[in-house]
Design a protein around this ligand. Structure first.
Ligand SMILES: O=C(O)CCC(=O)C(=O)O
Ligand SMILES: [Fe+2]
Length: 336
C-alpha cells in the first residue's frame, strides 16, 4: 500500500465504550479536517463484500447499452441515471466526462415532504437490470449511511461539540449515493477535459470508494494539487461546504477533481452524507457551545437550500455555456 501523503485514520475506536478512545479519533479527525480536509478512513465497519458487490453490479449496469439505462433516466429529483454531458461544474468550460446513477432516501409520494414539493425528495428509480444492482446499491447506501453517522460523532468531537450534535440534524438525511462511471478518456480530448472538474462538495461529508484506476486529486491549502490514489479497503473522506459553514470555517471544504488519464474506464461510488433538508446550518451554535466571541463567518442557511442553490448555479452555468456553443456534450441535468 503506497503512502498517499494524506492522513489515514482508523476510525474503529469511534465504537469503543471508552470515551477517551473516541476522543482520540476525534482529535485525529480535527487535525485532518483543519488542514487538508481530505483523509482516508480504515476500520470504518462497511463490509468489504458490500463494497465489492456494489462495484461489480454498478459496472454491469453502466456497461449496458444506453437504451437499457434510459429506463431509469434521471427525474427532476435527480434520482436515476444521468447520461454523459449531464453535469457541468461551476466555472468549468466543458461537461464532466462521466455518467452516474443517483439514489437517495427512498420516500413514497405520500410522504409529507414529498407532497410539499421539497426538492430532491421522492422514491428512487431503478433500471430493469442487472437484477443484482438494486439490492447491491441499497446495501451500500445503508452501510455507508451508518458509517457516515458514526463518523459524524467523531466530527462532533473534533469540533468540541457533544457527540450527538448531528443526530437530530440527520433525522431524515439528504444522503445521496452516486455510482459514477468514467469511460476511457481519449487523449485528444485535451487538458481541460475533466472526469469531474474542480469543485467542492455541497454538503457535510463525502465518503468515496474508488476502484483501482486512480485519478482523484485534492487541492492542498497551499494551492498544490495532490493525488488521492485508491487504497484498497479504505474510503476517502472529504469536508463539504455545509461542514465548513457549521464549523465557522475551521474545517475547509476542499476543492478536488478527477482526471482519468488511465486510458481505462474508472468507477467510484460516492456517498454524500448530508443533513435533513430543513436542518439549520448556523455557525453561531458552535461559537456558543465553545463560548467563543468570534464573529460568524457565514449567515445561517437551511441545509437543503444550500445544496439546491449549488445545483441550480451549476445548471445555470451549463445553460450559459451551451448558449455560447462551447460545450461539446449536452443533455441531462446538472449537479448531483
Ligand atoms: O469519482 C471520484 O473520485 C470523485 C467524484 C466527486 O468528487 C464528486 O462526484 O463530487
Ligand atoms: Fe466531489
Amino acid at each position: 500500500m503506497s503512502d498517499p501523503g494524506l492522513p489515514i485514520i482508523d476510525v474503529a475506536a469511534l465504537c469503543s465504550p471508552d470515551f477517551a478512545d473516541r476522543r482520540e479519533v476525534g482529535e485525529r479527525i480535527a487535525e485532518a479536517c483543519g488542514t487538508t480536509g481530505f483523509f482516508y478512513i480504515t476500520g470504518h465497519g462497511v463490509p468489504q463484500e458490500v463494497i465489492d458487490t456494489a462495484l461489480a453490479e454498478a459496472r454491469l449496469f453502466f456497461r449496458q447499452p444506453a437504451e437499457a439505462k434510459a429506463g431509469a433516466a434521471a427525474d427532476a429529483r435527480f434520482r436515476g441515471w444521468h447520461a454523459i454531458g449531464g453535469a457541468l461544474m461551476y466555472g468549468a468550460s466543458r461537461p464532466d466526462f462521466k455518467e452516474f446513477f443517483q439514489m437517495g432516501l427512498d420516500l413514497p409520494e405520500t410522504d409529507p415532504d414529498v407532497l410539499a414539493g421539497q426538492p430532491l425528495r421522492g422514491p428512487n428509480r431503478w433500471p430493469d437490470g442487472p437484477p443484482g444492482f438494486r439490492p447491491a446499491m441499497e446495501a451500500y447506501y445503508r452501510e455507508t449511511g451508518a458509517c457516515g453517522a458514526r463518523l459524524l460523532r467523531g466530527v462532533a468531537l473534533a469540533l468540541g461539540l457533544p457527540e450527538s450534535f448531528f443526530d437530530a440534524r440527520y433525522a431524515k438525511p439528504m444522503q445521496r449515493t452516486q455510482a459514477i462511471y468514467y469511460p476511457p478518456q481519449p487523449a485528444e480530448m485535451g487538458e481541460d477535459q475533466y472526469g469531474v472538474a474542480p469543485h467542492t462538495d455541497y454538503g457535510c461529508i463525502t465518503l468515496l470508494y474508488q476502484d483501482g484506476t486512480g485519478g482523484l486529486e485534492a487541492q492542498r491549502l497551499d494551492g498544490a494539487w495532490v493525488p488521492a490514489p485508491p487504497m484498497a479497503g479504505s474510503f476517502v473522506v472529504n469536508v463539504g461546504d455545509l461542514l465548513e459553514r457549521w464549523s465557522n470555517g475551521r474545517f475547509k471544504s476542499t476543492p478536488h477533481r478527477v482526471v482519468n488519464r488511465s486510458g481505462q474506464e474508472r468507477l467510484s461510488i460516492a456517498t454524500f452524507y448530508d443533513p435533513t433538508y430543513t436542518a439549520l446550518v448556523d455557525s453561531r451554535e458552535l461559537l456558543a457551545a465553545l463560548d467563543l466571541d468570534d464573529a460568524p463567518n457565514f449567515p445561517p442557511i437551511q441545509a437543503g437550500d444550500h445544496i439546491q442553490n449549488r445545483i441550480a448555479e451549476s445548471k445555470r452555468h451549463r445553460q450559459s455555456i451551451q448558449a455560447t456553443g462551447q460545450a461539446q456534450a449536452g443533455g441531462g441535468a446538472a449537479g448531483r
